[in-house]
Design a protein around this ligand. Sequence first.
Ligand SMILES: NC(=O)C1=CN([C@@H]2O[C@H](COP(=O)(O)OP(=O)(O)OC[C@H]3O[C@@H](n4cnc5c(N)ncnc54)[C@H](O)[C@@H]3O)[C@@H](O)[C@H]2O)C=CC1
Ligand SMILES: O=C(O)[C@@H]1CCC=N1
Length: 275
Amino acid sequence: MSSSASHGQKIAFLGTGKIGEALLSGLLRAGKDPADVMVTARRPERAAELVAAYGVGVVTNAEAAKLADTLILAVKPQDMGTLLEELAPHVGTDRLVISAAAGIPTRWFEARLAVGTPVVRVMPNTPVLVDEGMSVISGGSHATEAHLERAEEIFRSVGKALRLPESQQDAATALSGSGPAYFYFLVEAMTDAGILLGLPRHVAHDLIVQSAIGASVMLRDSGEHPVKLREAVTSPAGTTIAAIRELENHGVRAALLGALEAARDRSRELASGGK
Ligand SMILES: NC(=O)C1=CN([C@@H]2O[C@H](COP(=O)(O)OP(=O)(O)OC[C@H]3O[C@@H](n4cnc5c(N)ncnc54)[C@H](O)[C@@H]3O)[C@@H](O)[C@H]2O)C=CC1
Ligand SMILES: O=C(O)[C@@H]1CCC=N1
């Protein structure tokens, strides 16, 4: 991973909840100087926690706009309207505004910021906490190649970053933004299945988690199609095909198609910071 994430540039996190803190910790691990990082927080106790854990500065949203070169907005889509009202008068067009919010398009920010302010939309995911994030990046109408590279440098320091047209952001949100949750859900359900089969919970957990890690590394590194990898596990008249038949009988594939479509649709609904 890069050890020079936006070297010397000052970065502010506006909203330091789950994803904001995950990104913050990743940037610091990648070598970013805490003196160049600031956060904003609504509650003083939260601010104190972040200072104690990371040694970064705490500022107000307006101060962040004045002090930081790059502003990473990581509040809920529903809170973005209030944040922008507070922030917009202080953001110069020489700042880069990066939004990590689901759904909200760059044009929504551009309409609220001074004309010409560069905006980049990014959909990261929580594995940025372990430097295995997947971040999808799209530029708004005033974002130059240099702005996109600055955003890429930040998000590459905590995993992979991929540029996609903004029209594909809602789909990317459904796949990689929410994606880790689907795997956790599966692991949780399969651990319960282990309990049903009589294994102690910690044993079931360890068996499934290591299987997930092994399968993930093979998916990434083997160059094989997932169907091939599954076929290699599925012995004739064996155990795996008995399980696969149950999954097919219960429409798990169709459920996944429907689930990701629902996530994509919800992202679209959040386009205006909706409820
Ligand atoms: N959690 C995830 O896996 C991912 C979340 N996102 C996006 O990141 C954003 C944040 O999501 P989470 O971290 O899950 O939510 P969260 O609720 O954990 O964090 C949001 C934080 O923003 C703070 N906040 C709200 N208004 C503020 C304001 N005006 N000034 C300063 N701080 C303020 C809240 O106090 C809270 O700490 C959302 O827009 C979401 O769509 C994107 C990718 C993945
Ligand atoms: O659930 C959400 O809305 C956020 C966006 C992607 C992952 N978490």
